[in-house]
Design a protein. Structure first.
Length: 299
């Protein structure tokens, strides 16, 4: 597709950056294998048959194979009890070849997600969602063992695109446990001045317009218009929203939380949806698994 003539923004190619990171990881895995005869292992646990969850999981397993990480596949039926699931997590905690454990969310209604995630060993919490990892992320001078994958991917995209974070004004739109909250803590750790905009914020537009860096993670299709964006700002769009599109075979297309075409005319750089943050999330999961393995193998 030809770029519009009034396009100013640099498009941040998340797919290309993620591929570079995967190559770096594959090389490190190869060196680990050569030196110690061991490779990182990631256990991916999926409960039930949700189509979206299954496609995410197969993507993660395929990515592991591509970089030489051993994938442990745990597929449990929809009706598995919470006790059985926790018992499986404990089993994986005890396996020395498993360096990372990922439980694909959402879990069925009869299972308490918080309880299950809290049972994952801190040393294997490659999703970075354990309360102790998030707690350390929130504290000055403390470092969590793992950072959540999507927020870590957002910052990696900014850094690899040459965006300065220190001393800049960053606005995060959304406050979820998975993206909004941890990404704002990460930006704070990187010395940005951070404001969080959420559903109870009056006049979000005026706040977003002051931002040098915008992280959009509200889950609202094309909520952030071009007029909201400060000229030259860096815009990272975490949103993935399906909107009806009769021209597509599937009947829908994916859009972000930012109006991409409008943003392109104003921003300094912007991530597309798809092909921006998404590929980075998987790359960071692989990175976390490698880091977890290195802590154990290189002792």
């Amino acid at each position: 597709m030809a770029a519009p003539s009034d396009q100013k923004a640099t498009i941040i190619d998340g797919k290309a950056v993620a591929q570079t990171i995967r190559s770096e990881i594959a090389e490190e895995v190869r060196l680990l294998s050569e030196k110690y005869g061991k490779v990182p292992g990631l256990a991916v646990v999926i409960v039930g048959g949700r189509k979206d969850s299954q496609s995410y999981v197969s993507m993660k397993r395929k990515a592991c194979a591509e970089v030489g990480i051993k994938s442990f596949d745990i597929d449990l039926p929809e009706q598995v009890s919470e006790v059985e699931l926790i018992s499986k997590v404990h089993e994986l905690n005890a396996m020395p070849d498993v360096h990372g454990i990922l439980v694909q969310l959402p879990l069925p209604k009869h299972i308490n997600e918080e309880k299950v995630l809290g049972e994952i060993s801190l040393e294997k919490d490659v999703d970075g969602f354990h309360p102790l990892n998030i707690g350390k992320l929130a504290m000055k001078g403390r470092d969590p063992l793992f950072l959540p994958c999507t927020p870590k991917g957002c910052l990696e995209l900014l850094k690899r695109s040459g965006v300065t974070i220190k001393g800049k004004r960053a606005v995060v739109v959304g406050r979820s446990n998975i993206v909004g909250l941890p990404v704002s803590l990460l930006l704070l750790k990187a010395d940005a001045t951070v404001t969080i905009v959420h559903s109870h914020t009056p006049d979000p537009e005026s706040i977003v317009r002051e931002a040098d860096i915008v992280i959009a993670a509200a889950g609202q299709a094309m909520m952030i218009k071009g007029s909201w964006i400060k000229p030259g700002a860096a815009v990272i769009d975490v949103g993935t929203n399906a909107v009806d599109d009769s021209t597509k075979k599937s009947g829908y297309r994916l859009v972000g939380d930012v109006d991409f075409h409008e943003a392109c005319k104003v921003a300094g750089c912007v991530t597309p949806v798809p092909g921006g943050v998404g590929p980075m999330t998987v790359a960071m999961l692989l990175r976390n698994t490698l880091d977890g393995a290195k802590r154990v193998i290189e002792l």
